[in-house]
Design a protein around this ligand. Structure first.
Ligand code: PNS
Length: 165
């Protein structure tokens, strides 16, 4: 039986922010292996394709060993967990709104499969950072430097077509 302690950090990652990177870095100190799962609904168009999201994540996380990025369409997270021998879901919480959003999913996932969800307090430096807010601010020319990496900033700029800063 494998003794590898493995967790999953799931999300849409459209695109990855420095808040996500912080949570994944901290999870990688606690687990032998972190599976970063990009889960998407093929009927929902994001700003970045799943493959682009994976590539941005791979770039961001290249400095971490024991972290791999995978993508799944139309799958229950718990089925991915069972298939990959993942014992825990790790999610960052920025505040009460995140908790209200995450709690029903955590309870449902445990009901479905017994997989536990562990919540990690987000770094206060990134409390205001979400992928959707980043996209909205960048779309209207707001400055998102310091909240996403330079690579993601460049990807936002090229997607939006303007300065994005
Ligand atoms: O980036 P997000 O919006 O926080 O990600 C949410 C995500 C993708 C982790 C969540 O919607 C999810 O787990 N989707 C996979 C499908 C699934 O298992 N749904 C039931 C959740 S109880």
């Amino acid at each position: 039986m494998s003794t590898t302690r493995r967790c999953v950090c799931p999300g849409s990652y459209d695109p990855v922010t420095l808040g996500h990177v912080d949570v994944i870095e901290r999870a990688s100190k606690l687990y032998d292996e972190v599976v970063v799962a990009v889960l998407f609904n093929p009927d929902k168009v994001g700003m970045f394709t799943p493959q682009e999201r994976v590539e941005l994540l791979q770039d961001e996380l290249a400095h971490l060993s024991g972290v791999r990025v995978v993508t799944f369409a139309d799958r229950l997270l718990v089925d991915v967990c069972n298939e990959m021998g993942i014992a825990a879901i790790v999610k960052g919480l920025r505040g009460e709104t995140d908790y209200s959003y995450e709690l029903p999913m955590a309870v449902m996932n445990r009901h479905l499969s017994g997989v536990e969800t562990l919540f990690m307090p987000g770094d206060p430096a990134y409390t205001q950072v979400s992928s959707s807010l980043i996209k909205e601010v960048a779309r209207f020319g707001g400055d998102v430097r310091g909240l996403v990496s330079d690579r993601v900033l460049a990807a936002l700029r090229s997607r939006i077509g303007g300065s994005g800063s």
